[in-house]
Design a protein around this ligand. Structure first.
Ligand SMILES: Cc1cc2nc3c(=O)[nH]c(=O)nc-3n(C[C@H](O)[C@H](O)[C@H](O)COP(=O)(O)O)c2cc1C
Length: 178
């Protein structure tokens, strides 16, 4: 079964470690899984209900269309001030009134030097509130210091953990579409 996954990455940093986590999930995924890593949450305007009307801002329409064509979401995020980054909350606010994400499983992977437990708990609560079943990919003590020279996740234990997490996501998609 082919599975399309859209990645929402909470950091806009060019050398983001949580973007590397998303790429590692894509590498660890089984062959039938395609992960779209191209969504730029920085292109979204600040959410306002006044803008959440037709015609939608182009970046918002593109985000919703990408999710509409996908089976599942991947959310990776650092922790900022014991919460999720504003960039990610802004993106999720744009999706609250959308029908495209509803019922689609979301694999949640957080990483920060302090372990990202607060951001992870906050994101899990928001995603569930939006009607997305959450697959827990963990809150990790993680930062750019843990990346290899190419800026990728090299830790085999973490890679294996992400592989198991994305397998659980595929199982959730299969269960949701059975
Ligand atoms: C504004 C700001 C707030 C932060 N707050 C926290 C925090 O509360 N807890 C924590 O563990 N790390 C915190 N950090 C560190 C980031 O989580 C860490 O640099 C993370 O690896 C960044 O992810 P990235 O490489 O994907 O950009 C903060 C960083 C910034 C810039």
């Amino acid at each position: 079964m082919a599975v399309q996954v859209v990645a929402l990455i909470g950091s806009l940093r060019a050398t983001s470690s949580t973007a590397a986590l998303a790429r590692a999930v894509a590498r660890a995924a089984p062959g039938q899984v395609a992960v779209d890593l191209t969504i730029d949450l920085g292109a979204l305007p600040h959410f306002s209900p006044d803008l959440d009307v037709a015609p939608l801002p182009p970046a918002v329409a593109a985000l919703r269309a990408a999710i509409g064509g996908a089976d599942a979401l991947l959310v990776t995020s650092p922790e900022y001030a014991h919460g999720m980054p504003g960039t990610l909350k802004n993106a999720l606010d744009w999706l609250v009134s959308a029908t495209e994400p509803i019922g689609k499983p979301a694999l949640l992977v957080c990483g920060s030097p302090g372990g990202a437990a607060h951001a992870h708990a906050q994101l899990a609560e928001v995603l569930r509130t939006m009607g997305l079943p959450v697959i827990d990919g963990g809150a990790h003590v993680f930062s750019r210091a843990r990346l290899d020279a190419a800026g990728e996740v090299a830790d085999p234990t973490l890679h294996a953990h992400l592989g198991a997490a994305v397998a659980a996501l595929v199982a959730a998609v299969a269960a949701a579409t059975a």
